[in-house]
Design a protein around this ligand. Structure first.
Ligand code: GLY
Length: 422
């Protein structure tokens, strides 16, 4: 079976690694990365968001299954384009991907589904937005409705700053993404994410992981895309995953079906554990990065078969099996990350790290130029240690992380250690 994977980060490297273990799968990646290139051919020179080109390539190359890692191709309609060409593809249609690509759409669906979330107002004009804002007490949360590369959300105690954010959005600073804004109440409490695979009716949960969003030790420094994570997580509230299935994912899938936009694909529910109980902060139509890098190595089932079962509407028959092992992921980031990551630093030691027993190396911001692996993005490499216990997995991850060298390498020394992460 020819499987085309869209995306090129460490999450996709982990998805590709897991799918390549499936006995009847041959993997092709677009655009891939140097790590994915070791697992099968990569299609170069085409963006995963060029949905017409992706669909044409899938059709010409007789691809049997397309799996999508990041959200942008989904929001651009890649599943619709593939389906029109008769290519099987796992992910939500463009209309269903609005659960992530439109925060106001997600609010509407949650409201109809009775899902607990922050009270919110949706605006396209300044005056009613400012009036609504001035009636709230801080912290104020102002969000550009659409995808704005993670930069469209402001959380502030300062009403002036919140007003200015309304103006930035409505005056086009985030282009189309900001012409509608969502102003919502602040949710106080620790954040937890629950991931699932969905077939339109049923959500099958993955084992939870905990990530670390801040750049520095003890959760100091700027926010990042995620500096590491671990799984399993022992101290989650009892029954949280089941609660999320019953009170969030199930009702949302039902509403999406009723709305004529059934949701198939990976679904990520970001929750805040408030004093009043869990509340949904947001949905993403993808898996978490870096969480995927620790969760998939612990999944014992064949991921391709699991995805095919979802595409056949048989998610209710799945009962995923998880290893008793633990996994710890340490992200190695480039000099200057997150503000201005430096590119072009030669990387050594990847093979040495990958040879440490129980270790997997997933690449993200890397490029191979004239035979040399170099940094090419903010989060460069994920080093995942697995083992019979969290300390063993952690020890292996750090031993391997030390084997990889590049100038300006940054990493947190406390993943799965004393800091709890987010
Ligand atoms: N780890 C958080 C995310 O994938 O957005």
């Amino acid at each position: 079976m020819k499987v085309l994977l869209l995306g090129g980060g460490a999450r996709e490297h982990a998805i590709g690694w897991k799918m390549a273990k499936s006995p009847r799968t041959s993997l092709i990646s677009l655009p891939g990365n140097p790590g994915l290139a070791e697992l099968g051919p990569v299609v170069e020179g085409v963006s995963a968001t060029d949905v017409g080109a992706v669909a044409a390539i899938a059709d010409q190359q007789d691809i049997d299954l397309v799996v999508v890692g990041p959200e942008a191709p989904l929001a651009a309609g890649v599943i619709d384009a593939l389906t029109r060409r008769g290519v099987r593809a796992f992910g939500p249609s463009r209309a269903a991907a609005r659960l992530e690509s439109s925060k106001s759409f997600a609010k509407t669906i949650m409201e109809r589904a009775g899902v607990p979330t922050a009270a919110a107002g949706v605006f396209t004009n300044r005056e009613p937005a400012i009036e609504y804002l001035e009636k709230r007490t801080g912290p104020f949360v102002v969000k550009a409705d659409g995808l704005a590369a993670g930069k469209g959300v402001l959380v502030t105690e300062d009403l002036h700053e919140a007003r200015a954010w309304v103006d930035r959005c409505l005056s086009g600073d985030f282009e189309e993404a900001g012409y509608t804004i969502v102003i919502e109440d602040y949710l106080a409490g620790p954040e937890v994410s629950v991931f699932a695979l969905c077939d339109g009716k049923t959500a099958v949960p993955l084992q939870p992981a905990r990530d670390y969003k801040r750049l520095g030790e003890r959760d100091q420094g700027p926010n990042t895309g995620g500096m590491g994570c671990y799984s399993p997580v022992e101290d989650l509230p009892d029954g949280l995953v089941d609660w999320t299935l019953d009170h969030v994912m199930g009702p949302v899938l039902q509403q999406m079906e009723t709305a004529g936009t059934p949701y198939r694909g990976f679904l990520y529910a970001g929750l805040v554990l408030t004093e009043a109980g869990p509340r949904v902060l947001e949905f993403n139509c993808r898996l978490g990065d870096p969480e995927t890098q620790v969760v998939l190595p612990l999944l014992e089932d064949d991921l391709v078969e699991v995805i095919l079962a979802c595409l056949d509407g048989k998610a209710h028959t799945l009962d995923l099996t998880w290893s008793d092992d633990a996994a710890v992921d340490v992200v190695l980031a480039a000099a200057g990350y997150p503000e201005s990551p430096r590119r072009g630093d030669p990387i050594s030691g990847v093979a040495t790290a990958a040879a440490v027993p129980g270790v997997l190396v997933f690449q993200a911001g890397t490029v191979r130029q004239e035979g040399t692996l170099k940094t090419y993005g903010g989060r460069v490499i994920n080093v995942v240690g697995t083992g019979a216990s969290l300390p063993e997995a952690r020890h292996r991850a750090y031993a391997a992380a030390q084997a990889i060298e590049f100038a300006g390498k940054q990493y947190r020394p406390d993943i799965a250690g004393k800091s709890k992460g987010t």
